[in-house]
Design a binder for this molecule. Structure first.
Ligand code: FEO
Length: 408
């Protein structure tokens, strides 16, 4: 069959292409569509199927699989990750290949029933587990959180192929399939990293460490082009993006505190100025102030990532914080938040719920929130502006390590 591509001597692509998809997992734009990659590995004693596809694309998957093997040859079905875009054809495959053994990671055990909705037999693979297909050997590696807690990778020793799961993927449909034959997918590779892997940088670094012991000639990810030209290049990119020194720290060695605000009548703006000045007066802190009215999302993500402390100011309009303040906090979905300090403030006319509402949201996002939200009715007085200055000082000192009781 012409559209079944050989990845190496005994490995074929049996996945499916989805050129029409334009949004993936709600949060990702997929201008170039995507693919659900799965692979068939043949050994002297039988076959291993690496992942399945999204359910709606099962026909293509089974069509390719049946052209290469019969169901009774399948010894193993490996699911590197249980998300439905890869487990959609699993149930049907197990019905058709009842003699096959399902292999999943330890962390996938709890998820399996939630996704398949019935009890099916399986075997767990942790780092170091090896299975044999006769003359082919597959070794497993636990690479959790990339992109779900259950994710694992595997390595086919004889053909030097890393089946990396979502790691090194791209949402980029191109049936030419190999990185040296498809169009320019560099934007899709980076975009995928930013939206899927960036919140889990520490896990990326752990996975890269595990991959080091293998001589990798080809990376076969679950989405997008198969990387065979210079796999080291992609591995280096992940390493570089996951360990980038923070700009401010790298340059000045300080802690960075960002004050984000929006203001209708300059009142919240005046508070922001004083809070920033107070924070900046603390030794070791560089404080900066940003008007959310004209900050785009990419800048929000970068600034949030660099910040050691984040202070958000919003007026209260119709009983709510303003939309850009909520949008800012939505950007935290793309980031790892390990104990950033947070605080909120705002001027108000009638009820003034916004700072408390933002405070609650930040709590769910796991900020450390040692200070009560600050709210001031309408135009701040000189005395109130001095309180704002002290508020900034307090947040900055806590960021620098001053011990306080955390507010509940
Ligand atoms: Fe491609 Fe996280 O599934």
């Amino acid at each position: 069959m012409k559209d079944i591509k050989k990845v190496s001597q005994n490995v074929h692509f049996i996945g499916a292409f989805d050129p029409q998809i334009r949004t993936f997992d709600i949060i990702m734009k997929t201008a170039n569509g995507s693919s659900y990659n799965s692979y068939l590995v043949r050994g002297s004693e039988g076959v291993c199927i690496m992942d399945t596809v999204k359910k709606e694309f099962s026909y293509d998957f089974f069509r390719r699989l049946e052209a290469l093997c019969s169901y009774d040859e399948i010894l193993y079905i490996v699911l590197h990750h249980l998300e439905p875009d890869h487990s959609g054809a699993l149930k049907e495959l197990m019905l058709r290949a009842p003699g096959a053994k399902l292999i999943i990671s330890g962390r996938a055990v709890m998820m399996l029933k939630g996704i398949i909705k019935e009890d099916i037999p399986f075997e767990v693979a942790n780092t170091g587990k090896i299975i044999s297909l006769g003359n082919k050997t597959i070794e497993f590696l636990s690479t959790p959180f990339l992109h779900w807690p259950d994710t694992m990778s595997s390595y086919l020793h004889e053909e030097k192929i890393l089946f990396s799961g979502d790691v090194f993927g791209s949402h980029y449909y191109d049936e030419r399939l190999f990185d040296d034959e498809v169009g320019d997918f560099s934007y899709a590779f980076k975009y995928y990293y930013d939206h899927i892997m960036r919140p889990f940088k520490q896990y990326v670094m752990q996975a890269l460490k595990l991959y080091e012991k293998f001589d990798i000639k080809t990376i076969a990810p679950l989405h997008g082009p198969i990387l065979r030209t210079n796999p080291e290049y992609y591995i280096e990119k992940y390493g570089e993006w996951s360990s980038e020194a923070k700009f401010r720290k790298h340059t000045f060695g300080n802690k960075m505190l960002c004050v984000f605000y929006m203001s209708s009548y300059e009142n919240t703006h005046k508070m922001a100025q004083k809070i920033t000045a107070g924070a900046d007066s603390v030794e070791g802190i560089v404080a900066s102030m940003y008007d959310l009215a004209s900050l785009d999302e990419n800048n929000m993500v970068d600034l949030l990532e660099e910040s050691d402390a984040v202070i958000i100011g919003s007026p209260t309009i119709n009983g709510d914080a303003v939309k850009p303040a909520w949008d800012l906090l939505t950007c935290m979905a793309y980031l790892e938040n390990r104990g950033k300090v947070g605080a909120t403030f705002g001027s108000y006319g009638w009820t003034g719920e916004a700072p408390q509402m933002l405070h609650e949201r930040m709590r769910w996002l796991k900020f450390r929130l040692p200070i009560k939200p600050m709210k001031i009715k309408l135009i701040p007085t000189q005395a109130e502006l001095e309180e704002c200055f002290s508020f900034g000082v307090e947040v900055a000192e806590i960021t620098m390590g001053k011990m306080v009781e955390i507010e509940l």
